[in-house]
Design a binder for this molecule. Structure first.
Ligand SMILES: Cc1cc2nc3c(=O)[nH]c(=O)nc-3n(C[C@H](O)[C@H](O)[C@H](O)COP(=O)(O)O)c2cc1C
Length: 134
């Protein structure tokens, strides 16, 4: 997926990352806190995610605030990586974050261009779905 962040001046940045998990807590990704994205998330703890499956013409967009996971979760994520991957980073630098979504869009493309977008926004303890045809 593409993870998009902004720096302290509001200038956007984007890069590919592995989506680690999606659950009620949010959409998880991991990297080093010392990276550019780590600095950007300290300056502005919000992000957008973009995923695209070309064969089925589906895209997902997520945006929301970003929260750092508990230290034990970051350690567990690092330990799940290969020894070679673990050797490249210092354990206290490896960090798991979650995007806590305030908007999720599912986009289904159609060969006849009658594309469909379903946009979810929080409503109380649930989600409101709005269907938009393009
Ligand atoms: C398919 C793909 C998956 C990647 N997954 C990760 C990842 O899960 N974590 C990570 O730190 N970098 C990952 N990278 C490398 C990042 O795209 C990026 O180059 C790196 O994290 C440095 O980004 P930054 O300088 O904006 O912090 C991946 C790259 C590709 C192409």
């Amino acid at each position: 997926m593409a993870l998009s962040t902004v720096d302290a001046e509001g200038v956007p940045d984007s890069r590919m990352l592995i989506l680690k998990e999606v659950d009620a807590q949010g959409w998880a990704f991991a990297s080093t806190a010392s990276s550019r994205k780590g600095q950007q998330l300290r300056d502005c703890p919000a992000a957008a995610l973009t995923l695209w499956w070309q064969p089925v013409m589906r895209s997902v967009r997520v945006r929301g605030r970003v929260v750092e996971a508990e230290r034990e979760e970051s350690v567990a994520d690092l330990q799940a990586r290969s020894p070679a991957a673990q050797a490249l980073v210092s354990a206290d630098d490896w960090t798991l974050w979650r995007v806590v979504p305030d908007r999720v869009e599912f986009w289904q493309g159609s060969p006849d261009r009658a594309h469909t977008r379903v946009i979810y926004t929080p409503e109380g303890s649930s989600w409101r779905a709005e269907v938009a045809e393009e």
